[in-house]
Design a protein. Sequence first.
Length: 257
Amino acid sequence: MSRLSRRMLILVSALTLAMTLPVSVSASHSWGGYHWARTANPFTLKLGDNVTSAWDTYLATTSSDWSASDVLDTTIVAGGSRSAKLCNATTGQVQVCNAKYGNNGWLGVASIWASGGHITKATVKLNDTYFNTADYNKPAWRNLVSCQEVGHTFGLGHQDETFNNPNLGSCMDYTNDPGTNQHPNRHDYDELGIIYGHLDLTTTVASSPAIAPAARAPAADAAWGRLMQVTNHGHGAWYLRDLGAGNVILTHVFWAD
């Protein structure tokens, strides 16, 4: 399917969903209320490093930026995926990967596995097919996409989804000029405080390195499941894959321009 055809399909699907789904009036940019279960704040979430040296400094910046939150810290650990291309999920952690995923239209993809309302594992994929081009091989774009996709794995959505609006100074804001949208802002940290403002009786956060499961993580559009929403005039979307028994995989997609 051509990229134009895919965009048309997404827009048609979005119109259909808009007529059938309830309208949310919340100003929150929580991603559906999904969050990691934990018994104390702040908690520490491990980011599995499956990235090449070209991404190491950006992953370090992303980890440092989000650790400024009052409710969570992140620490970079050895990657748990068998390969960056597969980017296998690891229970209790976020696996961050980069590879040449192909001319499939997306810059970055964040997926969360959830049981009930609790995130149990997550992955971030950064597409070098585009980041190796002159348009996107820039620090601002790398910081924005790395920061935003990892932010999704905490349960954050977007602050604004219209790409030509004035920048909000947040990596959770869509933009066609990432210069001032490379890091979280105060509103992102405040939203994390709301999302994690309660404690749970159990935890889904790994306290020690876990072993990557044998199952392959979704790697293609078909594996993302059902399109739930189109954002940023077709430059973004999120999908839901129902695994049954209250278990789902949710995927945010950041399309290239």
